[in-house]
Design a protein around this ligand. Structure first.
Ligand code: ARG
Ligand code: ZN
Length: 894
């Protein structure tokens, strides 16, 4: 059954007040709810009240206190409905029901993790707790009473403020929580168990004292300091940059070992995957520290963008997710740049931008070209859990960023202020958000129109922008023509007639440099600038830049000003010039990436044609200079000197040929490593740790990243003594970044030398699940790990498919990051088998894994046939979840 955005109708009843009483126990929890409803204006008497419920046992239903007989309400698999009294006045529904957390392997609703109880309600998990109008536009004030055995569940948490806590005559204890803010049920949370806690108070900008707390497993207290620190920084950053203050007296973060996603922004009680809370130098990598900062920021920022202003319906998911990702990206960038002089700050911000664009290209571009392609505001879905996608999140953030670019920092801030002025406390749509931004845009750009911009919310697919330029030396002008088109995305290709794809409003940032690498200023709107933003709104547009003294080379899409694919006729020499001199650090990095991509595709072409391998000179020369360029920060250099990810290389092939891509990629890495071995070795030594205490700051983590990259290259190039170097680094590692860097490089390039460190690592970390995930993941993604290898990992007593982090570390890493071994007949069987095994436990996670073959139809014939058969095998399996069925049937075009 497909749900359509156009079918939205408001809920006919209001729900001002909810009281919930939980008798908590792992096997069976009783929930008693009291729901105060009132008819919405215009609701006709006799309009049925429909509540959602799933996997629940009903004990009783009351209407205004009177128990209802079985024929006074209707129960289906997923609803409870009744006809309320027709007097038009408030009425109350009381429901008693049971749910069973211990056998809830879906990790949606109320579930057990370890010896604790957690909830996950977004998007539609609350209906697994009790019957309820489970939709985001029904907002209620919640009062929650939790009762449990204090020996098992000494701590009882829910949203809002703790009103009272007391022992009970039967030996149990109880806690009463009241959340002053009305909220949709997807933001409800409860947590019960035994925890460590650290806390601190912060003073908000209006002078209120607020309590920040981080809860974790007993014994993990010291690993939560960084998270608490990030939380405090997020709080103050949101005040500074957006003028948004915490609206609660108490803000809690709780770490859960079993969690489907990254974290959840439940009002005042964020629940996190432990992987985004716990860190210390011995157990967490630099990247993990940054990841924690980003996710802590993200969930905290949701308090305004998501909770205070929430979504009217789930089609509007990007309203909160795209905006909040944009906010967390900006937070991370500001944290990296903090305290640096302007030039260095720009480079630090660019590192974050590069990483974000890399993620977008790796995860979202393929999605936008496949059977699951959807606009950032989808028009339909079968299972909303499948739409927590890179498109809704990451492309959604790009669409917000373009509005930021078009409005400028000031204008964007004014638009945000207007958004909260209009919609605070409401459940609204993406259109409402754009309305607020538009009101500022038209005011500041009289005569300009924002309506075309809205198409970004309506269209799927990645637009391609073709750039042509012509320099006229006589008139000293440069003419630039931009042309956009967007091919049918995914299943659109099958529609007749094909969907209309009118042009988008694309902010396209460019700059010019001359043959010596100097910036050529551009005269633009009465100013002289190095970078200008061309606003492309039509299928094709031409601009003429005047007073350009010398023939320019174009620096395009600076700072990745729009989520598009570039088509240019830039030569290898143009790219080499940009790779050396482009003052825009993003565009400079992109020129290096493009050079590498071209080389890799040329290698594959040569293989196909039986020709000798193409020369690597261009890339070698670019790398050789960048390697030793002391003006570049180590973190930035580590990005410049990274080859495109293997998956990107595969994705560019037409047809996609994973084995050919692996061969070309591996050979190129070998050559780059070998040819530059001396420089890598010098760099490796130069980036050595200074012996001071560990800090995840951008400078020292940049040095570690560059040093690990040097080590990887030395091993890839089989430089003499490289394995010994890696073994020594492993032995002497002073933090997880160094230790894991050495272990990974060994597994990738010298597996015969990895067994010692592997055994040692396991021995040392067998009791720390997050670290053990690293051990599993490094092996599952190593080129030496075949299907039998991954099966052997899964046979270890440490392995469990039920823990999403562990499943991701082994099964997902193999299926996503080990294309050489996945793309075999055994690999395809393995994938199908794991999708089905996971589906029986956790449909949401299974559906993620099932996405691995989205783009099967673009592969070469043998791989294509193998994946198609595996997809069909999954689709034919009995009892498939709605989640996996949607993905696999769309993939097969059914
Ligand atoms: N709103 C959460 C976040 O972005 C994601 C929760 C989605 N959960 C789920 N089970 N689909 O931070
Ligand atoms: Zn989010």
């Amino acid at each position: 059954p497909t749900i359509f955005r156009q079918d939205y109708t408001p809920y006919p009843y209001r729900l001002p007040q909810v009281r919930l009483e939980f008798d908590l126990a792992a096997e069976s929890t009783q929930v008693r709810s009291e729901l105060r409803f009132e008819p919405a204006p215009g609701t006709a008497p006799g309009t049925p009240l429909v509540l959602q419920g799933e996997d629940l046992e009903l004990v009783e239903v009351r209407l205004d206190g009177r128990p209802l007989a079985a024929d006074e309400y209707q129960l289906t698999d997923d609803t409870l409905s009744l006809v309320p009294p027709g007097h038009g006045k408030p009425f109350s529904i009381g429901i008693v029901s049971l749910c069973h957390p211990a056998v809830n392997t879906t990790l949606m609703g109320l579930y057990v993790s370890g010896d604790k109880l957690f909830t996950q309600c977004e998007a539609q998990g609350f209906r697994r707790i009790t019957w309820f109008p489970d939709r985001p536009d029904v907002m209620a004030r919640f009062e929650v009473l939790l009762r449990a055995d204090p020996a098992v569940y000494p701590l009882l948490l829910s949203n809002g403020n703790l009103i009272e806590q007391a022992g009970l005559p039967d030996g149990r204890h109880q806690a009463l929580w009241r959340d002053p803010h009305p909220k949709p049920c997807y933001l409800f949370a409860l947590v019960a168990g035994d925890f460590d806690c650290i806390e601190r108070t912060e003073t908000t900008r209006s002078g209120r004292e607020v309590l920040l707390q981080v809860y974790s497993d007993k014994g993990c207290r010291e690993q939560t300091r960084w998270a608490l620190d990030c939380l405090a920084r997020a709080l103050h950053w949101d005040e500074r940059r957006f003028g948004l203050e915490l609206d609660l007296d108490r803000f809690m973060v709780v770490a859960a070992r079993d969690f489907n996603m990254g974290a959840m922004e439940n009002k005042g009680l964020n629940i996190f995957n432990a992987a985004y809370v716990l860190a210390d130098p011995d157990t967490a990598t630099d990247a993990a520290y940054r990841g924690i900062e980003a996710v802590i920021g993200h969930e905290y920022f949701h308090n305004w963008t998501g909770n205070r202003v929430t979504c009217r319906d789930w089609f509007q998911l990007s309203l909160k997710e795209g905006l909040t990702v944009f906010r967390d990206q900006e937070f991370s960038a500001d944290m990296l740049a903090e305290g640096l002089p302007p030039a260095e700050a720009a480079s630090a911000r660019a590192v974050k931008r590069i990483d974000d664009v890399h993620t977008l290209r790796l995860a979202q571009f393929p999605e936008d070209a496949g059977p699951m392609a959807h606009p950032i505001r989808p028009d339909s879905y079968q299972e909303i859990g499948n739409f927590y996608t890179a498109t809704v999140y990451e492309k959604g953030a790009e669409v917000i960023r373009m509005q930021h670019t078009l409005l400028g920092e000031d204008g964007f801030r004014a638009g945000m202020d207007e958004y909260f002025r209009r919609y605070d406390g409401q459940a609204v749509t993406c259109d409402d958000f754009v309305d607020a931004m538009e009101s500022v845009y038209v005011q500041r750009h009289p005569g300009k129109d924002f309506s075309i911009f809205r198409r970004w919310y309506q269209q799927a697919g990645t637009p391609r922008v073709r750039v042509r330029s012509h320099y006229d030396p006589e008139n000293r002008t440069c003419r630039i023509t931009l042309e956009q088109r967007c091919a049918p995305a995914g299943l659109e290709a099958r529609q007749t007639p094909p969907p209309q794809k009118p042009p988008l409003h694309i902010p396209f940032a460019i700059g010019l440099i001359d043959a010596d690498g100097r910036s050529l200023p551009i005269h633009w709107e009465d100013e002289t600038r190095d970078t200008v933003v061309l606003e492309l709104r039509e299928a094709s547009q031409t601009w003429t830049l005047t007073d350009i003294p010398r023939p320019p080379v174009l620096s395009l899409l600076r700072d990745f000003s729009a989520p598009v694919i570039l088509e240019t006729d830039r030569t290898a020499d143009d790219l080499a010039l940009l790779a050396r001199h482009d003052p825009d650090p993003f565009a400079r990095w992109d020129a290096v990436q493009e050079t590498a991509h071209r080389h890799l595709q040329a290698c594959m072409q040569a293989d196909r044609d039986g020709n000798p391998q193409p020369a690597l000179d261009d890339l070698l020369e670019i790398w050789r200079t960048a390697l030793i360029d002391p003006t570049l920060s180590p973190a930035y250099r580590a990005r410049l000197l990274a080859l495109p990810a293997l998956r990107e290389v595969i994705d560019r092939g037409d047809p996609m040929d994973p084995r050919a891509a692996v061969a070309a990629w591996t050979r190129t890495r070998q050559t780059l490593g070998a040819q530059l071995a001396d420089a890598w070795r010098t760099l490796y030594d130069a980036m050595a740790d200074d012996g001071g205490p560990y800090s995840p700051d951008p400078v020292s983590s940049g040095r570690r990243a560059l040093r690990n990259l040097a080590l990887d290259n030395l091993l890839a190039g089989q430089a003499s003594g490289a394995a010994e170097l890696a073994l020594a680094q492993y032995r002497q590692a002073r933090n997880m970044t160094e230790g894991l860097g050495a272990l990974t490089a060994l597994l990738q390039h010298a597996p015969q030398d990895a067994s010692g460190p592997l055994a040692d690592f396991h021995e040392r970390w067998r009791d720390d699940p997050l670290v053990l995930d690293r051990w599993f993941g490094a092996q599952a993604s190593a080129p030496g790990c075949t299907v039998s290898g991954v099966r052997a990992l899964m046979a270890l007593p440490d392995f469990s498919l039920r823990n999403p982090n562990r499943a991701r570390a082994v099964v997902f890493r193999f299926c996503m990051d080990n294309p050489g071994n996945l793309h075999t007949l055994e690999g395809y069987d393995f994938w199908a088998e794991q999708v089905l095994a996971l589906d029986a436990l956790n449909p949401e996670i299974a559906a993620r894994l099932s996405r691995a073959f989205d783009n099967w139809a673009r592969y070469e014939p043998v791989a294509r046939a193998g994946m198609q058969a595996a997809l069909q095998r999954v689709l034919d399996a009995p009892g498939l979840s709605r989640n996996v069925r949607e993905i696999v049937s769309k993939a097969l075009g059914a």
